[in-house]
Design a protein. Structure first.
Lengths: 419, 350, 346
């Protein structure tokens, strides 16, 4: 019947279209460009930058991509990879859309287009997928931002992470609370927790609780919320007020952080501090502006760019000049990620991904982010120097307050809310 | 639970409050030859009863009147705005039979209109209503006339997909024009206001108050004006309405426009309360659907009451089920309503 | 009853005996033609092809209940997710082969479908209300998954990477043609099942019930049982897509399993290809699968005339949404439906 060939035609046409382009998921070893060859002088070495350039995290994703671009520019202007005849870097930017499937297929496509390393990706679920791609294709993947511990506990050899893991953040967050509150003469007795219900918030809550309890603090009440759907926190904050807690720990994202500040300002519980741990709002200048006096005095124990490092300061200025926007820590991490790769290329003297991976594992590099010591990787790929520092909103500005080495000013504890 | 079989013609019962049309037009259930004699206030009374029980349970759980009264107050105020969003949606469904997935996106457009007016031109946020409502009205009319009109009478899937496509389109156009950075709008003089032993803010009270006013206006429009009567006629029986000379196409367009304008108004009211991003409207989208089903599709007063009930469910749910997302409580209510009373609290069995 | 539905039903339901045979032959021919595909096409396309096939399976499953059965489901993610989670849970916690996991997933999904169908039909929901109830059930599964330790909460599961590749555990070398062949096999079986379903007594009952429930009941068709069995079959087929998806992408989480976008993914290809037809879902999947990629590729390297589009985020979704609206508006019967119309008119 005529139907048959029509069906056949309809089937063939899109396939032909698809052959013109398109991305591929988990592990198609590049038949053509795949594993990147050695780069002689004059050739560019491709690094893939995979971030959410659209979707709800686009603001951060775009900043991070910009950070990576600036790093590539800076390195190229300084002469490229010296040990490889001044070979220049080329950044391949891609949009993960915040979706694991897209992230994965884009990573695959980038590997096929010759990327010798990947940096990214911001969302833990996306990074998880990209790590699998990296492992199967044997291409190193340097995570700038993604907190989930699980990513690096599967024995993957090709994934590295720059930011401190969720465990480190929460653990240190509890430690700092204990240190700071004791030093101020008002040791934290009871800590209420408000956390976003996803894996990020839950992991922070779990580790924080364990550490806080081991330090002698009582933990409770603990409430969770759906960050995408929540619109008001007055009920939860009233619960905190009624419980007699003296500290409120908050683990969540930007939008909910602002809502928490508003609720605290409205309900006015008697708290010594609102203590963010890896909070997506409390250490952002934007938060200080948006929440106004409601956000005054809020703490955040989080990884943060080192405002006291002159190199970081220069980067901040460059970013402001070029993009007319204040750089955030994520972008500095992306900048660092490119630096790590460039430094490793230099030591490896080769752009072969497997050799490169070996060089990355040996990294010992100063960071533009506040860290305990330079970037070095453990056997599982975690950055051993990474640690959070304590920030506070003072006078509408976010300042670094603890530990001493990074403090720009003294912290204010108790931080009377709403002053 | 089986419905009692009775002989005799179905009983229409007294006209429920706020119902757009006679419910034989779009009944949620397949025809069943039974009636149920029950006064129309019985179900809302049951709902109130359930709420009272929930409040008591919450009190037992949390052990503090402060917390519970805060939850109740916040629930009602938040619910008022949900109700306003849902009113537009229910109107659209009642008249055009369209499940409008782009409703939240329209709300987001209004949010950005407010941002531009307040941050660029320094207008007092509530005054943005003056611009936003007419703009959204025109936008809704245009979209219905040029895009949705082609889907009238077609299967449900088609309309759903078109409105879904519209939602994606609008969200990403906003992303393109305004960028992904979150924006905010401040209400000058926004302070804490103590109320009934709990505490709230001026902006939230204003949002609730204006939502009530708008709901009243909409009710008056539907019940007391010729346009409203025509809308109700089309909702009840559109071929019949055509026979008496009503231009149904014009009514479809107007109704969709009014519905969109409602979403627009809700957006302006909500602007000082949320962080504004291209995806902010999606938050209200799903909740609006639940509210619409709860209140009865096509029932404007039902949408308002349903909104308040859902707001209460959300806040009390957070207290009763502390480990779970309050959304679960909302969906439980949703499923229960769908199963046992799909025409909503204020609808009728056929 | 509109002309379109009338024609649809006479075309598919009262299949004169040879017609289904013809469909099966076409299917067999296509299968043979497609087998060498992964050996011919460049590797990048393989991934698109597998994605097309996954969409096709989902849409074929959805079509059985919503197209042939007329019960519009907006929560097919429930079955997809149940297939995914069942198989991965068994694999991660008990080392069970994903093949067995897939069958287990089909059983779980079918049971859930029966439960949902029973509840919804018992209380006689129809139209938009039925659709919304299916959506609500899928959302509840998602929320339950996020909040329950039993399935790892919102973290989801990673399929453990194996050192050796094995058929028993559905793991092959990256980009191996085996993945395509597996997906092709599953899709072919799904389509064959849908053809045989239509030809069977259950299928004819289903279409009769869809077209006129009261008349069907009057001639003795067991309406409730027919509907529920149809839902169960629809659920089982879709769950296969979920199980395979997890093995192919090595990861699943509540959003990717039960999220609304998954439900939409099951509906779109069928609507675009033609609801209630045998070939509609597959054709729709063929149109949609590469669409996202093509727009993304185009926008990454636009022709000189459109260079201002370069690097703008979100633009590909805009194009995708526009195309979707246009196709639904201009070809309401779907691509296959429209082609069939054209052919018949000659």
């Amino acid at each position: 019947m005529r139907k048959n060939w029509i069906v056949g035609l309809a089937l063939a046409a899109p396939l032909a279209l698809a052959a013109c382009g398109g991305s591929a998921p988990p592990g198609t070893p590049g038949a053509g460009g795949g594993g990147g060859g050695t780069a002689g002088s004059g050739q560019t070495i491709k690094i893939a930058s995979l971030h959410p350039l659209s979707g709800s995290s686009a603001a951060d994703g775009q900043q991070m991509d910009n950070g990576a671009k600036l790093a590539v520019e800076a390195i190229n202007n300084a002469g490229g990879i010296a040990s490889m005849g001044g070979a220049k870097l080329e950044l391949l930017s891609a949009d993960s859309k915040g979706a694991p499937e897209t992230g994965q297929s884009e990573a695959q496509r980038l590997v096929q287009e010759g990327a010798v390393a990947i940096i990214g990706t911001y969302q833990s679920a996306v990074s998880q997928n990209v790590a699998a791609v990296a492992e199967r294709n044997k291409v190193p993947f340097v995570i700038d931002v993604s907190s989930a511990d699980a990513i690096l506990s599967q024995g993957y050899q090709y994934t590295f992470r720059l930011q401190p893991s969720g465990t480190v953040l929460a653990d240190q967050g509890a430690q700092y609370l204990s240190d700071v509150s004791k030093a101020a003469g008002k040791p934290a007795k009871k800590v209420a927790i408000l956390h976003e219900q996803g894996p990020f918030g839950t992991a922070i809550k779990d580790t924080f609780t364990k550490k806080a309890q081991s330090l002698g603090m009582e933990v409770g009440p603990v409430a969770s919320y759906d960050p995408a759907k929540v619109s008001d926190f007055t009920t939860q904050v009233t619960e905190v007020k009624a419980s007699g807690a003296d500290v409120l720990m908050v683990a969540g994202y930007y939008r909910d952080g602002v809502l928490v500040a508003k609720a605290v300002d409205t309900v006015k519980p008697t708290l010594n501090a609102v203590w963010g741990v890896a909070n997506g709002a409390f250490d952002l200048p934007q938060f200080a502006a948006e929440a106004g006096k409601a956000g005054e005095g809020f703490f955040d124990a989080n990884y943060h760019l080192n405002g006291k490092n002159p190199q970081t300061q220069a980067l901040m200025k460059t970013y402001q000049d070029k993009y007319n926007d204040q750089i955030r820590t994520g972008a500095v991490l992306s900048y660092d990620a490119v630096r790590v790769i460039a430094d490793s290329l230099n030591r490896a003297k080769s752009a072969d991904p497997t050799t490169l991976r070996g060089a990355i594992a040996q990294t010992n590099l100063e960071s533009l982010v506040a860290q305990k010591w330079p970037i070095t990787f453990s056997s599982t790929g975690e950055n051993q120097g990474a640690a959070p520092i304590l920030m506070q909103v003072q006078g509408g500005k976010v300042v670094q307050t603890y530990p001493q080495d990074f403090a720009e000013t003294m912290y204010r504890y108790p931080a009377t809310t709403g002053q | 639970m089986s419905l009692p079989e009775r002989s005799g013609p179905p009983d229409a019962g007294p006209a429920p409050v706020g119902e757009l049309g006679d419910s034989t037009a779009e009944s949620p259930r397949s025809p069943v030859r039974t009636t149920r004699r029950r006064p129309s206030w019985a179900l809302p009374a049951i709902a109130v009863g359930v709420v009272v029980v929930a409040v008591l349970l919450a009190y037992l759980r949390s052990g503090s009147t402060d917390v519970v009264s805060q939850a109740v107050v916040t629930g009602i105020l938040v619910g008022g705005v949900y109700g306003l969003v849902a009113m537009g949606l229910t109107l659209i469904f009642g008249v055009l039979d369209i499940v409008n997935f782009a409703h939240g996106a329209f709300l987001t457009v209004a949010l950005y209109i407010t941002v531009v007016m307040v941050n660029r031109f320094g207008v007092y946020p509530m005054l943005a209503l003056v611009v936003a409502v007419p703009v959204m009205f025109l936008l809704g009319a245009a979209i219905q006339r040029f895009v949705l009109a082609g889907a009238i009478g077609k299967p449900l899937e088609n309309q759903l997909l078109i409105t879904l496509g519209l939602a994606l389109l609008i969200d990403n156009l906003l992303l393109l024009f305004f960028g992904p950075n979150p924006q905010s709008v401040k209400l000058p003089g926004d302070t804490a206001v103590p109320i009934f032993g709990a505490v709230t803010t001026v902006s939230r009270l204003l949002a609730f108050g204006v939502a009530l006013v708008l709901a009243a206006l909409l009710y008056v429009l539907l019940r007391r004006t010729r346009l409203g009567t025509a809308i109700r006629a089309v909702a009840a029986n559109d071929s019949g309405a055509q026979l008496v000379g009503i231009d149904t196409r014009r009514i479809y367009m107007t109704t969709f426009a009014i519905g969109t304008a409602c979403a627009g108004a809700a957006g302006v009211l909500v602007a000082p309360l949320v962080t504004i991003e291209p995806t902010t409207g999606e938050l209200f989208n799903i909740i609006a659907f639940v509210v619409v089903v709860l209140g009865g599709m096509g029932n404007v007063v039902g949408a308002l009451v349903g909104g308040v009930l859902i707001g209460l469910t959300e806040q009390l749910g957070a207290l009763l089920l502390p480990g779970q997302s309050p959304l679960l409580a909302i969906f439980l209510v949703f499923v229960l309503v769908l199963l046992f009373r799909p025409q909503g609290l204020f609808g009728r069995t056929s | 009853m509109s002309a379109a539905t009338q024609e649809r039903s006479t075309e598919e339901a009262v299949l004169p005996r040879p017609a289904w045979g013809r469909h099966l032959i076409v299917l067999a021919v296509l299968t043979v033609l497609l087998i060498p595909l992964p050996l011919i096409l460049p590797p990048a396309t393989q991934a698109v092809a597998v994605r097309v096939l996954i969409f096709a399976i989902m849409a074929v499953g959805w079509n059985i209940m919503s197209g042939f059965g007329g019960m519009f489901s907006f929560g097919h993610a429930a079955y997809f997710g149940l297939g995914a989670y069942t198989s991965v849970w068994l694999l991660v916690n008990h080392g069970v082969s994903p093949w067995i996991g897939m069958v287990a997933g089909m059983v779980v999904a079918a049971l859930f479908g029966v439960a949902v169908g029973f509840l919804a039909l018992r209380y006689r929901l129809k139209g938009a209300y039925f659709a919304l109830s299916t959506f609500a059930f899928a959302e509840m599964l998602r929320l339950l998954a996020i909040n329950s330790d039993f399935v790892n909460r919102a973290v989801g599961y990673n399929v453990p990477l194996r050192r050796e590749f094995s058929l028993a555990f559905m793991q092959f070398a990256p980009g191996a043609p085996e993945y395509f062949w597996m997906a092709l096999g599953l899709t072919v079986v799904a389509i064959a099942v849908s053809i045989l379903f239509l030809r069977s007594k259950l299928g004819r009952f289903t279409v009769a019930v869809r077209d006129d429930e009261e008349a069907a009941a009057a001639v003795g068709v067991p309406v409730m049982r027919t509907k529920i069995l149809t839902i169960a079959l629809s659920a089982a087929i879709t769950s296969v897509a979920g199980a395979f998806y997890t093995q192919y992408y090595f990861f699943i989480d509540p959003e990717g399993a039960f999220g609304p976008s998954v439900s939409i993914q099951a509906i779109l290809p069928a609507v675009i290809g033609g609801v209630g037809t045998i070939w509609g879902p597959a054709i729709g999947a063929l149109v949609l699968g590469p669409l996202n990629d093509i727009t993304a590729t185009l926008l990454r390297n636009p022709p000189a005339a459109l260079s201002f589009l370069q690097g703008r985020a979100g633009l590909d979704v805009i194009v995708y949404a526009l195309l979707l609206i246009l196709i639904v508006l201009l070809l309401p019967q779907g691509v296959y439906g429209a082609i069939r119309e054209r052919v018949r008119r000659r």
